[in-house]
Write a protein that binds this ligand. Structure first.
Ligand code: SAM
Ligand code: FES
Length: 352
C-alpha cells in the first residue's frame, strides 16, 4: 500500500472525515492491504459499540406495484412482465405476528410507490401492528411522500424510515431515474423525515451504471454530513426487463470496502449486510459483517409472493419460509463468530 493511502486511512480513523478528493483517492487506489486495514479498524470500532451482536429486521414486501420507473429496478412501472401483487392488511398483520413469534422485534414494511397505500390505509396498518406488538419498532420503506404524509405516519407509530438517496451526484441521479423524479425531492424527503423525528436511513447501490469514483466520494461525503441512523448499501444487480439489463453487477469487494469506510465515518450507524450482497456471492452477507456491517434483514413476506418482488435477477431467499430464512442467517452469523439478537436494535450513540 502506498504512503498516501496509509495516511488517509489513519486520518479517517482519527478524524472520521476526509475531503471529497481524499475519498476519491481512497476508492480509486484501493488494494487488498488497504481493504484489510479498513475492515480490521471497522470491526474493532463496531465491536466496541455493538459487541458481536447482529441485529435482525423482518422484511415484509407489501406490494410490487409502483408508479415510478427507476431505470435499474425490476418492479418499475414499465416492466410488463412483472406479475403484480399487493398484500392484504390481514396478510401484513399475519406476517408481523409470525415474525413476532419467531422473535423479531423490528418490522420493515417495504414496497413500490403503490397509490393504494394512502395515509389512511398505512396509518391503520401501523396502528394495528403497534397495538398487537407495542414492544416492536416499525420501519417504513415506501418511497417519496409529502411531509404531511410522513408526519401522519409518524404520529400513527412508525419509528424509522428507509429511503436510499441512490446517488449523491445530481447528474448521476438523472441517469438512473426518469425525468419525473429529482435528486432535490429525494433529499427533501430525507431532511423532512429527520426533522419529524424518524430514525432515518439513506443509502446507495454500488456499481450502478454510470457511477464514478467521484460520485461515490459524494455519497461518502453525504453520509458524513447527513449522519443517518441507518445506511443501506448493496451491489447493483441488473434485471433482465430493465434498460440496464446488459450492465455488469457491482462488486463484492468494493461493497465491502465501502461498508468499512462508512463504519469508520460513522461508528454507530446501523449498517445492513444486504440480500443483494448475498445474491452476488454465496458468502456475501458474512463478508459484509466481517467488513463492518451489523444488521441483516431476513424475509418475512409470504412465500407465495417472494419471487414477484424481484428487484434484480436471481434474488436469493425467495423460496424459503420465514423461519428457514431466520435460521439460515442465524447459522451464517454463528459460523463467523457473531450472534443475531432480536431486540429492537436501536442505534447506540457513541462519543469517541
Ligand atoms: N419504493 C421504495 C423506495 O424507492 O425507496 C422502496 C422499494 S425500492 C425497490 C428499495 C431499494 O431497492 C432501492 O432503494 C434500490 O436501491 C434497491 N434496488 C432497486 N433495484 C435494484 C437493483 N437492480 N439492484 C440492486 N438494488 C436495487
Ligand atoms: Fe418503484 Fe423500484 S421503481 S420500487
Amino acid at each position: 500500500m502506498n504512503d498516501r493511502l496509509y495516511s488517509l486511512i489513519e486520518k479517517l480513523q482519527k478524524e472520521r472525515c476526509l475531503s471529497l478528493s481524499e475519498y476519491e483517492y481512497l476508492i480509486g487506489n484501493r488494494c487488498e492491504e488497504a481493504a484489510k486495514m479498513l475492515a480490521d479498524a471497522a470491526v474493532v470500532i463496531r465491536k466496541k459499540i455493538y459487541g458481536s451482536s447482529v441485529f435482525v429486521r423482518g422484511l415484509i414486501e407489501i406490494s410490487n406495484i409502483c408508479k415510478n420507473d427507476c431505470l435499474y429496478c425490476g418492479i418499475r412501472k414499465s416492466n410488463r412482465h412483472c406479475e403484480r401483487y399487493r398484500l392484504t392488511e390481514e396478510q401484513i398483520l399475519a406476517c408481523a405476528d409470525e415474525g413476532y413469534s419467531l422473535g423479531f422485534r423490528t418490522f420493515v414494511l417495504q414496497g413500490g410507490e403503490d397509490g393504494y397505500f394512502t395515509d389512511d390505509v398505512l396509518c391503520r396498518i401501523i396502528g394495528e401492528i403497534k397495538s398487537a406488538h407495542p414492544d416492536c419498532a416499525l420501519t417504513l420503506s415506501m418511497g417519496e411522500r409529502s411531509r404531511e404524509s410522513y408526519e401522519r405516519l409518524h404520529a400513527a407509530g412508525a419509528d424509522r424510515y428507509l429511503l436510499r438517496h441512490e446517488t449523491a451526484d445530481k447528474e448521476h441521479y438523472r441517469k438512473l431515474h426518469p425525468e419525473t423524479m429529482s435528486f432535490e425531492e429525494r433529499i427533501r424527503c430525507l431532511y423532512d423525515l429527520r426533522e419529524i423525528g424518524y430514525q432515518v436511513g439513506c443509502g446507495f447501490m454500488v456499481g450502478s451504471p454510470y457511477q464514478t469514483d467521484a460520485a461515490l466520494a459524494k455519497d461518502l461525503k453525504f453520509i458524513e454530513t447527513f449522519m443517518p441512523d441507518m445506511c443501506g448499501i448493496g451491489p447493483f444487480i441488473p434485471h433482465r426487463e430493465t434498460p440496464f439489463a446488459d450492465e455488469a453487477s457491482g462488486e463484492v469487494e468494493l461493497t465491502c470496502y465501502l461498508l468499512s469506510v462508512i463504519r469508520l465515518i460513522h461508528p454507530s450507524v446501523l449498517l445492513p449486510s444486504t440480500t443483494a450482497l448475498g445474491t452476488i456471492d454465496p458468502r456475501g452477507r458474512e463478508k459484509g459483517i466481517l467488513a463492518g456491517a451489523n444488521v441483516v434483514m431476513p424475509n418475512l413476506s409470504p412465500a407465495s409472493v417472494r419471487k414477484k418482488y424481484e428487484l434484480y435477477n436471481d434474488k436469493i431467499c425467495t423460496g424459503e419460509e420465514s423461519a428457514q430464512c431466520k435460521d439460515c442467517l442465524s447459522q451464517r452469523m454463528k459460523s463467523i463468530g457473531y450472534d443475531i439478537v432480536t431486540d429492537r436494535g436501536d442505534i447506540k450513540h457513541f462519543n469517541g
